[in-house]
Design a protein around this ligand. Structure first.
Ligand code: ZN
Length: 483
């Protein structure tokens, strides 16, 4: 990666262009980062202020890494627009720092984020509490590491490409975090909330019925979270430096073979076009059971991106709450127990059933891989490590939760901690769907026996995962709210 420093007042500028391999459709790649274009020191009235810094880098693959998300073998055919990782670094007047990474990745596995955490600790002194690595869960993004490893046919050449791409992305993420920290300079923060209504609870509404239900003006079934939380980071001259926004919905509008950021990608482009010089950053809040419906056309994808950008504008046009320059961060990794660890006999039954292989190739690949691990002398743990973050920015809480949290978590924590709480899913580790008690009891795709899709050595979570998560979140919130 090459990063060229942008002029202190120039906004971001293209700095890097890679030539793709022969017989590969060229995609423009830009690696750039942004400085906060202000002088050091206190705010205009002499009071202490936040400092903020932003960096950004293109992550569009330049080699034929497969698309992630739907599992079939799929070599992409170009790009609608570039994919990005973006970094917002914040520092309060006492020197406490928090760094948020957002990205157009489908899923960052723990095997990747662990490397970034270790490198960021060594290079910048950032603890896990201070760094949150999020991904939009974009289904038109690239494979990474061992994320959803059993989704894909085994292919040695592809595995090598994924390893090489993942190593490059670790470097790019670590470098970008450093660039954002280098650029810390005074800024003000303000927050607000807009709305966007295209997310549909996919467990409660058959996809084919949604257009007719919408046309008839009928209320769709099931819990949703249509809030669009917005954080505006502003230069002292009033120009927005960064606009962070969230929404609870799967980026699955498109399911074809072309790189793009799905609706969050289009929303970021629309916001950056409307606010030249700003960096728009997206976090998927708790969209594990939410889909953008109807879907499957570029027009709809752009429409949803536009609706989300309009939700951001609605928030920006309202009375934003100024956020006092005070920061606290906390992190915990908790154990989420499996209902039952899979046994050798159960795995053998799966691989020896030819019907099972035809019906579910993912499950057969998973069983085959796990049997090889048992044969190598491994034993499987009875639980998975689950990452949880709590940040307090002034009075505003920002929670970060690993993987595919269903919408109940956002609704619960906003009820318990305040409507302006950010409840970000898809943080640090794409380890599985994380059902609430309700969804676990209902079963189905997000709540039932599907953990094998994520390579876990079990089929289901234990029924009390929501209780365990909520207990830890309350403790973390108490920690960051302590004076
Ligand atoms: Zn998903």
């Amino acid at each position: 990666m090459i990063a060229i420093r942008a002029g202190r007042r120039a906004g971001w500028t293209s700095a890097f262009r890679e030539t793709m391999a022969q017989a590969w459709i060229p995609i423009t790649c830009v690696v750039a980062w942004v400085g906060l274009a202000v002088a050091e020191g206190p705010g205009p009235d002499g009071t202490a202020t936040w400092k903020a810094g932003v960096a950004r880098a293109v992550i569009t693959p330049t080699t034929p890494v497969w698309l992630a998300g739907y599992g079939s073998k799929r070599v992409p055919d170009g790009a609608l627009h570039d994919l990005w990782l973006k970094v917002l670094a914040l520092e309060d007047p006492s020197g406490r720092r928090a760094v948020l990474v957002t990205s157009d990745f489908q899923g960052v596995p723990r095997s990747m984020s662990d490397h970034v955490f270790e490198r960021a600790a060594a290079a910048y002194g950032l603890s896990r509490a201070d760094l949150m690595i999020t991904f939009s869960h974009n289904h038109c993004g690239p494979r990474l590491g061992d994320d959803l490893i059993d989704y894909y046919p085994v292919d040695a050449e592809q595995e090598a490409l994924v390893r090489e791409y993942t190593a490059r992305m670790i470097e790019r993420m670590v470098d970008s975090i450093g660039h954002a920290l280098d650029d810390l300079a005074p800024a003000t923060l303000a927050a607000g909330r807009g709305k966007a209504t295209f997310a549909v609870n996919r467990r409660n509404n058959p996809e084919a019925d949604v257009p007719a239900l919408r046309a008839a003006g009928r209320t769709l079934a099931g819990p949703v979270d249509h809030d669009v939380p917005v954080l505006r980071v502003t230069r002292p001259d009033g120009t927005p430096l960064a606009i962070l926004f969230g929404y609870a919905c799967h980026p699955t509008t498109l399911s074809f073979m072309t790189w793009n950021g799905d609706y969050p990608g289009f929303a970021q482009l629309a916001i950056e076009e409307r606010h030249p010089g700003t960096t728009a950053m997206f976090v998927n809040t708790c969209g594990g059971d939410q889909n953008p419906l109807p879907r499957h056309t570029v027009e709809l994808c752009m429409q949803y991106g536009g609706e989300l950008a309009a939700g951001v504008e609605e928030a920006l046009a309202g009375d934003l709450r100024p956020i006092a320059p005070a920061l606290a961060t906390a992190y915990r990794s908790i154990e989420l127990p499996y209902l039952a660890v899979i046994t050798r006999a159960e795995l053998l039954a799966i691989v020896s059933d030819p019907e099972a292989a035809r019906a579910d190739a993912i499950k057969t690949r998973w069983a085959t891989r796990l049997l090889a691990r048992l044969a190598a002398g491994e034993s499987f743990p009875a639980s998975a490590d689950y990452p949880l973050h709590a940040w307090r920015l002034g009075d505003t809480l920002m929670l970060g939760m690993g993987a595919e949290t269903v919408v109940d978590y956002a609704l619960r924590f906003k009820r318990e901690f305040g409507a302006d709480t950010w409840v970000c899913g898809y943080a640090d580790d794409m380890l599985a769907y994380i059902p609430s008690r309700r969804v676990w009891e209902e079963g189905g795709y997000e709540g039932g026996a599907r953990l094998y899709e994520y390579g876990r050595p079990a089929l289901r979570w234990a029924g009390d995962v929501e209780d365990r998560i909520a207990k830890a979140v309350h403790e973390l919130v108490a920690e960051v709210r302590r004076p």
